[in-house]
Design a protein around this ligand. Structure first.
Ligand code: ADP
Length: 396
């Protein structure tokens, strides 16, 4: 058997999927796993698609294991449990490809150095993405690795959606709106084309609502605008990130309140969003279960800001035929979907309450002017597909 592994190494979790290649070399998901709570008390679970749990392990609190330590452990386990030669390539999610990398790339030392230089633009993600690539390059130097960029899906959006109203020289220097969550949106576009080809050809907003959250306006399956910009801070309110913010706030914090650049970064990336407003948690489930008024305020602000940005992207698209919810919150939180949709009634959007409560694939009422769908995202599959495409000439 030959297989491709896709790896999504984030700040507090590392997710991975094993895709067996069938006779036609199509990737078929066969097993997957996840390290969670890496900086607190790491845990690992690996299971096959048939439901067999291959490994469950918890490390004690204060174990101080790095991403590299955990990947070392996983590699050691894999070498003992998977026949040598089975894994033919590893694909990685890499958040920022900058202006240069607008399609998946085979990893080389030079590529890694260039991607390292983009780390300040995605401090929550890029360093962890690159540690995973470097660790595997050390452990298995002969194994091909492919970097798949979250920015790539947005790279050919119209220039007007890429520009910020700042001096031209800064735009030329790469300070422009890139957009992220591209692997997720690419998967949604592909899946929608299969489920509802007519809608996929129309004007659709996909809402990726997870710990990170953004919207993508798609016309005929291509990104024409998105809420995230130069970094993954812009746009929607998120678990711990602020989303769209008056830049004057940053100036005020630094010049009037004595914040260092590092303290501003920490506030914007780690102490804001649902966590900052609620003072309770960055996790939507915890807030939904809380009776605290601040928790309700945080959830209300999340819905308000999401609906507001859907309005803005509807103007970018000059109309709206469909709305797709995806990622942890979008796929699972029926109450939040209902709240967002209620704020879009003026667009002629009518929710089917029962279908929504049941997390049905189509949750709009038949008379709704806008079709509303729930599509579980699968970034790992996109990574496997890209990896396969890049390496197909080289596969044994
Ligand atoms: P990540 O960006 O880390 O991949 P996810 O897409 O897994 O994030 O989304 C995590 C978010 O989804 C958390 O806020 C979590 O509370 C929320 N979530 C997951 N399941 C549910 C659920 N059943 N109801 C409400 N929120 C949920």
């Amino acid at each position: 058997m030959k297989a491709i592994v896709s790896l999504n190494s984030g700040s507090s979790s590392i997710k991975f999927g094993v895709f067996r290649l069938d006779e036609g070399n199509h990737p078929v998901h066969s097993a997957g796993g996840k390290f969670e709570k890496i900086s607190i008390a790491p845990s690992l679970r690996i299971a096959t698609d048939a439901g067999e749990v291959l490994l469950e392990k918890d490390w004690p609190e204060g174990a101080h294991l790095t991403h590299a330590d955990l990947l070392d452990f996983l590699f050691d386990w894999a070498t003992r449990h998977i026949e040598s030669g089975t894994i033919v390539a590893i694909g990685h999610r890499v958040v920022h490809g900058g202006t240069r990398f607008v399609a998946p790339q085979r990893v080389t030392p030079e590529l890694l150095d260039e991607l390292e230089a983009l780390s300040p633009l995605a401090p929550l993600h890029q360093p962890h993405n690159l540690v995973a690539i470097r660790t595997l390059a050390r452990l298995a130097p002969d194994l091909p690795q492919v970097a798949c960029f979250d920015t790539a899906f947005h790279h050919d959006k119209p220039e007007v959606a890429a520009r910020m109203a700042i001096p031209r020289s800064l735009h030329e220097a790469g300070i422009r709106r890139y957009g992220f969550h591209g692997l997720s949106y690419e998967y949604i576009a592909r899946t929608l084309a299969r489920l509802d080809p007519a809608l996929a050809h129309g004007k659709v907003i996909a809402a990726h609502l997870g710990n990170g959250a953004s919207l993508c306006a798609m016309a005929n399956g291509r990104s024409i605008d998105t809420t995230m910009g130069f970094t993954a801070l812009d746009g929607l309110m998120m678990g711990t990130r602020c989303g769209r913010l008056d830049p004057g706030v940053v100036l005020h914090l630094q010049t009037q309140m004595g914040y260092s650049a590092k303290a501003v970064e920490t506030m914007l990336y780690r102490q804001s969003g649902l966590l900052g407003v609620s003072g309770i948690s960055s996790d939507m489930r915890a807030l939904a279960a809380s009776r605290e008024p601040a928790a309700r305020e945080a959830v209300e602000l999340f819905a308000y800001r999401t609906a507001r940005e859907i309005g803005a992207l509807t103007a970018s698209l000059q109309g709206l035929d469909g709305l797709v919810f995806t990622a942890g919150i979008g796929e699972n939180d029926a109450a939040l979907r209902a709240d967002i949709c209620a704020r879009l009634g003026w667009l002629g959007l009518i929710l089917d309450e029962e279908a929504n409560a049941a997390h049905a694939p189509l949750i709009s009422a038949p008379e709704s002017r806008i079709a509303v769908r729930v599509i579980p995202t699968d970034e790992e599959r996109m990574i496997a597909l890209h990896t396969l495409r890049i390496l197909c000439g080289d596969l044994p």
